[in-house]
Design a protein around this ligand. Structure first.
Ligand code: COA
Length: 164
């Protein structure tokens, strides 16, 4: 696959599902944020690796919101896809659905945006394949990710001046 030809988000999108067990939860029976974050990072990395067909590393996780708790005995179902691609980096969006298995009800419990960088053998960033968003949802995600990428660049610049 050439870098120029690009890939559709559906070519790398991935899903996973976990049954929340006592070892994933605190003493109130709510799944730990850190456990959910690890599941998010793992699935997003799979998506980024599929898109890049290369080693990737996480450089940033933001907009991580815990909207609803997920309780022991419920399912945590994750969906992830590439939203946006820069030169050597890409943004993957992940939504975590809280699924109550017997009620057949599902709602968004957590969501996050992760930025990965593709690395070459010298462990320096390398160009990533272009993204071809096709569906209205994919185009909407691409456009909103563009704004987040710009905001992250501005924030990094600002933080550099503050921490100098
Ligand atoms: C990934 C790494 C090699 C990038 O090095 P770097 O010198 O920052 O590289 P660059 O400045 O050329 O940035 C590379 C890309 O990443 C983006 N980037 C870098 N830091 C970022 C951040 N904090 N947030 C979002 N994007 C970031 C840049 O905008 C650039 O994107 P583009 O090429 O698409 O325009 C280096 O930051 C690193 O090794 N980080 C540690 C990664 C890690 O250990 N992760 C946890 C385990 S997976």
């Amino acid at each position: 696959m050439s870098i120029e030809s690009g890939k559709r988000p559906s070519e790398s999108a991935a899903e996973s599902c976990y049954l929340v067990m006592p070892q994933h939860a605190n003493d109130s029976g709510i799944a730990f944020g850190g456990t959910i974050m690890a599941w998010i990072d793992m699935l997003a990395a799979i998506v980024a690796r599929r898109h890049c067909e290369h080693e990737v590393v996480t450089v940033n996780i933001d907009s991580l919101s815990f909207i609803e708790p997920i309780m022991i005995g419920e399912h945590a179902c994750l969906k992830a896809s590439v939203n946006y691609v820069g030169r050597t980096s890409l943004e993957v969006g992940v939504k975590v659905f809280r699924e109550c298995p017997y009620a057949k009800a599902s709602s968004v419990a957590t969501k996050a945006y992760l930025t990965f960088v593709a690395l070459g053998e010298d462990r320096r960033p390398i160009p990533v394949p272009k993204l071809i968003p096709e569906t209205p949802d994919e185009i909407r995600r691409f456009e909103s990710a563009k704004h987040r990428v710009e905001s992250r660049i501005k924030l990094r610049e600002l933080l550099k001046t503050i921490h100098q």
